[in-house]
Design a binder for this molecule. Sequence first.
Ligand code: FES
Ligand SMILES: [Fe+2]
Length: 312
Amino acid sequence: MTALQKNSLQKNPNDLNLVEVACYQRLINASVERVWENVRDWEHLPWLHESSFSYVSLDTQGEWGWRTWASEKHTSHVELCIDTQAQRYVARSYRKQQQVTEIWTSLRAEGAQTHISVTFAVPDIADADKTAVGQLYLDLYSRLWDEDEEMMQARQQQLTPAPAGPDSINLGPLQELLPRLPMEVRIRQHNYQVCAVAGELLVYPARCPHLLGPLSILDDSILDDSILDDSILNSSISDSSPLAKSQLDSSAQGRADKIHAQTLQVRCPWHGYVFDIRSGACLSPANAACRLHRSPPLQTNGASGDVILGVA
Ligand code: FES
Ligand SMILES: [Fe+2]
């Protein structure tokens, strides 16, 4: 690969026969702050935009922008350069060091929204192909910005201060709780998911410690998904419940042992980070510096048999 382009914030630095094939305009329901955050965030591309990006890995990044490999063999790449002063950025795609696109995006804050204007240029396109190629880019960007807008709005919602929840919640008798699961509850400053998985009642943080994406359990981390059968109805099965073990019948105990022998994992759909629910450790990517914060304990009220989440 060549060094960083010297004139990357100028139009057409490689002096190609660039043809503008389409222009996409849209008012995004997210602040310009969220949009810039999203532009700098190359890491969400293969996860949030899974259907559009099959491979993305970082080559280099800085205040100027980022450059990522777009193929496993590193034969193609994308470079995004930011012009903060002009409130615009350019993304150029290369295949075998040949530039194949040049896409400029301008941003304009409009209150809590952001107007975007995107122009797509491709080298050496015949007049007869301009409309069809342009439409491909319009369709692609419409989908990408739909996905980005949803993520930015969800993140904004998480960043907006919300009233604290109680220190504990009475979730009621186990038999009545199970059909209502999974459910999200708020304890103090955080939201948690309560769910029953493979014969176990689980609680884990509902939001990712990376950038506040939603967390959900990975199906392939579950050995046995035959949940909510009679044995679980008769047994509260959580490590954190002091009554759980004594309530287990032998078959449920065996199943729980099997589950406990492996990690139960949650994955965030925004950047693909995977966490071990029990230890809170981030399992992937290896260099991630975040972990799940501790979940409140699940306990059974001795007198009523109600399931209590948190410390009263
Ligand atoms: S918000 Fe980035 S992985 Fe969850
Ligand atoms: Fe995106």
